[in-house]
Design a protein around this ligand. Sequence first.
Ligand SMILES: NC(=O)c1ccc[n+]([C@@H]2O[C@H](COP(=O)([O-])OP(=O)(O)OC[C@H]3O[C@@H](n4cnc5c(N)ncnc54)[C@H](O)[C@@H]3O)[C@@H](O)[C@H]2O)c1
Ligand SMILES: [Zn+2]
Ligand SMILES: [Zn+2]
Length: 365
Amino acid sequence: MKALVYHGPGQRSWDTVTDPTIIDPTDIVVRIDSSTICGTDLHILKGDVPDCKPGTVLGHEAVGTVLETGASVSTLAVGDRVLVSCVSSCGRCRYCKESRYGQCLGGGGWIFGNLIDGLQAEYARVPFADNSVYKVPDGLNDEQVLFLSDILPTAYEVGVLNGMVSPGDVVAIVGAGPIGLAAVLTSMLYTPGKIVAIDLDDSRLESALRFGADIAINNGREDACARVMELTDGGADVAFEAVGVQQTFELATELIRPCGRVANIGVHGKPVTLHLETLWTRDVTVTTGLVDTYTIPRLMKLVASGRLDPTIFATHRFALGDTMSAYDTFSDAASTNALKVVLQGSERDPSSNGHIAASVMAGAV
Ligand SMILES: NC(=O)c1ccc[n+]([C@@H]2O[C@H](COP(=O)([O-])OP(=O)(O)OC[C@H]3O[C@@H](n4cnc5c(N)ncnc54)[C@H](O)[C@@H]3O)[C@@H](O)[C@H]2O)c1
Ligand SMILES: [Zn+2]
Ligand SMILES: [Zn+2]
């Protein structure tokens, strides 16, 4: 099959690799119908994720069709259309039993496109399948659910739920990339008083307003903290850090009110200072988190009922075979204005809404 392979920092190619097969009885093999690229894939290509070894197929987000099931898989059948979570769950360890799949001790966690071959490929082996994929309801197309693999549960769990967004809250979101924008969408589920988006890039801020933010602040031109103080009674109730650098983490801690909450979402590659010398009297709460994706079923229901529409993330579409160009477009977001690129598998029928090709029903790979 063909797949996007990481060959070390700065190097990727669309290669012919060995077809995946069932290795463990809890595995399934899926045909990838739709996949996408994440900012984390770009981090890998910069060499920021040393666990990911050269030769690994990248990608941790996909909608696929089950082609083969391992002997102990009991809830899935050949032909099922499934959303593959970016985080796998063994289902047996202490953390999986608490729905904290990101911390899985039994071989799960964030493994796709990192520790094992990922999902930017024609086919993929999916371990712990009963616990790690979600059947796509009939009537929902791939693009309606694809971004529930990663960015929506990340923003919702690590941002909105950890930050305990409540009706009426002023929510400040530092960083309006796909994660910050997903935080705009999922904060709106809680009827906040105001959503303030902060970014250096005007096109990202325009997207934030389009997604539902009330106020956009370009912190390259304005003092974001002073603006938030003007707009509020002593600061935001909740701030999300959705970039992953010192400056934005500091800003998030500065612009909340006493007793406010900072939910850190960004991945920090470098040490960051927590200014307890000014924060200790302010009764603030700071949370951290790696996504668990335990909210995928809830988010899927919201999509099915029309309360959540993730399709607005899809700015560009490419055939799966053109994944190399898709990376070029995604990694140059400053000029392409890309939010999420959709990689479309060749057998995917976008109008199918759950229709399964006859060859797949017959189990042919
Ligand atoms: N915690 C988790 O489980 C988890 C999961 C997925 C992604 N992440 C992380 O979330 C973060 C955001 O992801 P993304 O895909 O949206 O990233 P992204 O790089 O696409 O977006 C980041 C945004 O931050 C803006 N920005 C950069 N520097 C800034 C500054 N100094 N002030 C204000 N804005 C600034 C950029 O213009 C951009 O719009 C990343 O660090 C990513 O690795 C965390
Ligand atoms: Zn990701
Ligand atoms: Zn586990």
